[in-house]
Design a protein around this ligand. Structure first.
Ligand SMILES: [Zn+2]
Ligand SMILES: [Zn+2]
Length: 251
């Protein structure tokens, strides 16, 4: 049985989305061609996006060339102790995927929510998500309140809402960011881990969304996995059954 509890506010009402449709007429976000159906990505661009495919690391989701059928040691994560079960992302990091995410996240082009929701949803085709799709909880990586005030929306939360619509799973803002950490992009992996230690916590009132549950942790990009791992630690410390990570892009 799938559960359905909406515990996150919808960012935009139906009316507001109609206004947005007017402001942003149907045009492909990537090639700017006019669209006859679908709203923000043409079929051609959708097809030519860089989708991740096997073989990939069973833990961090990094893709490799060639035919690898047996287990192999991934240079990205073989020396790391990761708390989540596995991480998956449907898209590689390339010019197109980065452009889409940049427009969404920093230019606040929130009309892209549905198109990006369709894309991240592809990641759930991985059969390892099956047990998670049976009563699991979608939990987005949170933004610190001060960053949220600046950016106005949390792209990971929006992606979780899109996944909730498509799966009927419960989605919950159960995690909170306690410390506003410095931007991670220029940090090495060990520096990122240090920077993030103790940065996340659980909102007490949402404990029941975590205890005994399989959690799909939702984020926009997976780079070194340090953010996903810190969040997983908090969830497992609060008795989550297991955590799997789903991101739009594998950085
Ligand atoms: Zn296009
Ligand atoms: Zn790996």
């Amino acid at each position: 049985m799938l559960t359905k509890t909406v515990s996150m506010p919808k960012l935009i009402s139906r009316q507001a989305s109609r206004i947005l449709d007017y402001i942003y007429p149907a045009q492909c976000q990537l090639c700017q061609c006019s669209l006859t159906h679908g709203r923000h990505l043409c079929e051609c661009c959708k097809k030519s996006l860089g989708y991740t495919k096997a073989p990939f690391c069973k833990l961090c989701g990094a893709c490799y060339d060639g035919d690898i059928t047996s287990d192999f040691s991934c240079p990205n994560c073989h020396d790391l102790e990761l708390d989540f079960e596995f991480a998956r992302a449907p898209l590689h990091s390339d010019n197109d995927s980065r452009a889409l995410l940049h427009d969404y996240k920093y230019l606040r082009q929130i009309h892209l929510s549905a198109a990006l929701g369709d894309l991240i949803n592809i990641g759930l085709d991985d059969p390892r998500f099956e047990p998670y799709l049976n009563g699991g909880t979608l939990i987005p990586v949170p933004l610190h309140p001060s960053r949220m005030r600046k950016r106005k929306f949390n792209q990971s939360e929006e992606l979780a809402i899109q996944l909730q619509k498509r799966t009927g799973l419960e989605a919950s803002n159960a995690l909170k960011r306690i410390r506003n950490t410095a931007t991670q992009t220029r940090f090495s992996r060990s520096k990122r881990l240090e920077n993030l230690r103790g940065a996340f916590g659980l909102k007490a009132r949402y404990k029941k969304h975590v205890q005994g549950k399989r959690i799909i942790l939702v984020d926009d990009v997976f780079t070194t996995g340090s953010t996903a791992n810190e969040c997983s630690k908090v969830l497992l410390n609060h008795e989550a059954k297991s955590v799997a990570v789903l991101t739009l892009i594998r950085g």
